[in-house]
Design a protein around this ligand. Structure first.
Ligand code: BT5
Length: 329
């Protein structure tokens, strides 16, 4: 058994017995290793930041897990089918999307997850940057290899947004609204952004990278001074800090479930779920960037295009940046 697997197994045993101790013999028996090996693994776990108590007559007990995200912790008890079979956690990298692209080109498995504590060159759309301070938020990319032509993968951006919204509701008790095409809002302010990128030929997707930046415990002073859109974090919006590991695991489970549903049933359930959380419905908005338009927001259509009722009639918007219009505009 690889050292990482053995440690994951030991942590699982310790968690199952959160009230009492697990004896050294029990761990030896379950893992099929010697006492000396168990002792070495326990020491390695302590070095990783786990607070494990050892009582001579009773065995081991897990008192606290480290603040840092660890691949073994993320995978422990995840129970997903496709997402998170391989989880890589980095302390500090340029961008999780860039690393996921590299893994994609090297043949990385469908569902591989890349997580960073900090990004030095976090990316937004159109060459913009994503502020990624260390240890407070989630920055992750998921590598997918759907056997679909490129145009049928468009709903995956919507799928990622719905998964983030459900994870936030489940673990933090907050209800995010979805701002077309790739943002999540809390109290009208941006709490998460998605950056989905694809490597494809005309007929076939080679691989796809779903990039997710989610502001959890960021404080106001950690935001860049000039933002395109007002921003927030779960902690600022709700007054409570979020457990990053819990949110991440919930997010991976929702991604897994919705991806399964998408492959089995097609895009309709995802697009419907997205539409239910659509921000600014019935409100006047403006689209700039790609397409230019002003009108009242209707929702999204079966292809994920934004529908606006404009002075010249109903329009389908395929790309651009959305802003609400106040009465004065
Ligand atoms: C996005 O772009 O919203 C997509 C952000 C995706 C970030 C994730 S993190 C993991 C993965 N790895 C990456 O390298 N990227 C993905 P866009 O809609 O273009 O918004 C970018 C704009 O949002 C910036 O120009 C800023 O004005 C603003 N911004 C920057 N950092 C922010 C933050 N942490 N929270 C809210 N707004 C931010």
């Amino acid at each position: 058994m690889a050292a990482g697997d053995a440690r994951e197994h030991i942590l699982e045993l310790l968690r199952q017995t959160s009230e009492g101790h697990v004896s050294g013999e029990e761990i030896c028996r379950v893992l099929g290793v010697s006492r000396a090996a168990v002792w070495k693994h326990i020491r390695a776990l302590r070095e990783l930041g786990y607070d494990i108590q050892g009582v001579a007559s009773r065995g081991y007990r897990l008192l606290a897990a480290p603040e840092r995200l660890l691949a073994a912790e993320v995978r422990a008890g995840l129970g997903t089918r496709r997402i998170g079979g391989d989880v890589r956690v980095f302390d500090r990298i340029d961008s999780t999307n860039t690393v996921a692209h590299r893994l994609g080109a090297e043949g990385g498995a469908d569902g591989t997850v890349v997580v960073a504590e900090e990004q030095t060159a976090g990316r937004g759309r159109l060459g913009r940057s994503w502020a990624s301070p260390a240890g407070v938020n989630l920055y992750l990319s998921v590598l997918l290899r759907p056997e679909l032509p490129p145009q049928r993968t468009i709903p995956l951006t919507f799928l990622a947004a719905v998964a983030v919204a459900r994870a936030l509701a489940e673990t933090c008790g907050v209800q995010a609204e979805l701002k077309w095409p790739n943002d999540l809002l809390l109290n009208g302010r941006k709490v998460a952004g998605l950056l989905n990128e694809m490597q494809a030929e005309t007929e076939r997707v080679n691989y796809l990278v779903l990039g997710i930046g989610l502001n959890l415990n960021m404080t106001p002073d950690q935001f860049p001074p000039l933002l395109r859109y007002p921003a927030t974090s779960v902690r600022i919006a709700s007054g409570r800090s979020a457990d990053r590991l819990q949110v991440l695991q919930s997010l991976l489970r929702w991604l897994d479930r919705l991806y399964d549903e998408f492959l089995a049933q097609g895009p309709e359930p995802i697009l419907r779920a997205w539409d239910e959380r659509c921000a600014f419905r019935g409100k006047p908005v403006q689209v700039s960037g790609g397409d230019q338009a002003r009108g009242v927001l209707v929702g999204i259509d079966a292809d994920g295009a934004l529908l606006l009722d404009t002075a010249a009639g109903r329009r389908r918007i395929l790309s651009g940046d959305l802003q609400p219009l106040s009465g004065k505009d």
